[in-house]
Design a binder for this molecule. Structure first.
Ligand SMILES: O=C(O)CCC(=O)C(=O)O
Ligand SMILES: [Fe+2]
Length: 339
């Protein structure tokens, strides 16, 4: 079972309840690799209302979306990392979406010399009135939840709670807005996507198994559910576990960066998406440090040694494994770590 943790205490001062919550988060990170969190502060956008607001993006017509597409899909566009990615017919992962960086909430986050810090292309205000402000507010709210989790993880690992503060200053967190449309009956036959049974219901794999690259991912999942996490312990080790949808919370998984940073103590968990052949939407937020944050072994007893690396180099090389980013490898040479 994926643990459900009421994290309200981590938004408050030190207390026994906060200590217990920190411990529960670390247990989720090290044992289960996944958790659902509830108890978010008033004002954090959640559930259907938050999804509906972000999904207004898909009311743009195809031209409107393609104007925001990454250069890979629209060669005249300057953006290579942020922006829209269209559906890819014939691919097992059947989704379209847009990636938005921290500049939507803070325009000073842009840096012209690094594609990881390029400007996020945004729809014209007249085409989607109020949407930019809603997306900025969503990015800010999730960054706040990510920061609270980051401090809880630091405490739970036996570090100073401010330990990750500096690397996350100028973080490049990504808000992704995803839509998995239903496939046509012909496409279902032609592609024969992997089928799983959820009770009586047939579901197709529309998002293939992967781990996320960042620190933690905060996900507003469609009420249809369908997120599966690979169990890593117990009688069901290796099986796919359902991550039930919660309108009052967020699904949280731990990413490859946190796995590397903790020398493998925290494990990035594999997950996939199974959907009935109906439209499914999802809004993940990838909480990420600064591009030039240097990741070194943690100052805790028994932390395994590894070669320090810069987050930007990590994410760029990891990213090229994902279908929506392939072909970009040479757009950003590794920058390395100053001696
Ligand atoms: O659609 C979902 O619920 C999961 C999406 C996901 O895993 C991702 O974008 O990394
Ligand atoms: Fe993911």
């Amino acid at each position: 079972m994926i643990p459900v943790i009421d994290i309200a205490p981590i938004f408050g001062p030190a207390s026994p309840a906060r200590d217990r919550t920190d411990a529960a988060i670390i247990e989720a990170a090290t044992v289960h690799g996944f958790m659902t969190v509830t108890g978010l502060p008033e004002g954090v956008p959640l559930g259907e209302a938050a999804r509906a607001s972000m999904m207004r993006f898909f009311t743009l017509d195809r031209d409107g979306r393609m104007r925001l597409a990454r250069q890979k899909y629209a060669p005249g566009n300057a953006n290579v990392y942020r922006g829209y990615f269209p559906l890819k017919e014939g691919d097992p992962t059947y989704k379209e979406g847009i990636d938005l960086g921290p500049d939507i909430a803070d325009p000073t986050a842009i840096a012209p010399d690094d594609p990881l810090r390029e400007a996020s292309p945004l729809p014209d205000e007249a085409d989607l009135p109020g949407w930019r402000a809603e997306a900025a507010a969503y990015h800010r709210a999730m960054a706040g939840v990510g920061a609270a989790l980051m401090r809880a993880i630091a405490r739970g690992l036996g570090l100073d709670e401010d330990f990750f503060e500096a690397p996350f200053r100028d973080g490049v967190s990504t808000l992704r807005i995803i839509r998995y449309p239903a496939r046509s009956p012909e496409a279902l036959v032609a592609l024969a996507p992997e089928l799983v049974l959820d009770g009586e219901e047939k579901r197709y794999i529309v998002g293939t198994a992967h781990c996320d690259s960042g620190f933690v991912t905060l996900l507003n999942q469609d009420a249809l559910g369908g997120l599966h996490a690979r169990a890593r312990h117990g009688a069901r080790n290796g099986d796919w576990l359902d991550v039930p949808a919660r309108e009052d919370g967020l699904a949280v998984n731990f990413g490859q960066l946190l796995e590397r940073w903790t020398g493998g103590r925290v494990k990035a968990t594999e997950h996939r998406v199974a959907s009935p052949n109906r439209e499914r939407v999802s809004v993940p937020f990838f909480y990420e440090p600064a591009v030039d944050a240097v990741i070194r072994p943690l100052p805790v007893a028994g932390a395994p040694a590894f070669e320090p690396f810069a987050y930007g180099d990590h994410v760029w090389s990891w990213m090229s494994k994902f279908i929506e980013f392939q072909g970009l490898e040479d757009k950003r040479p590794p920058k390395g770590v100053a001696a």
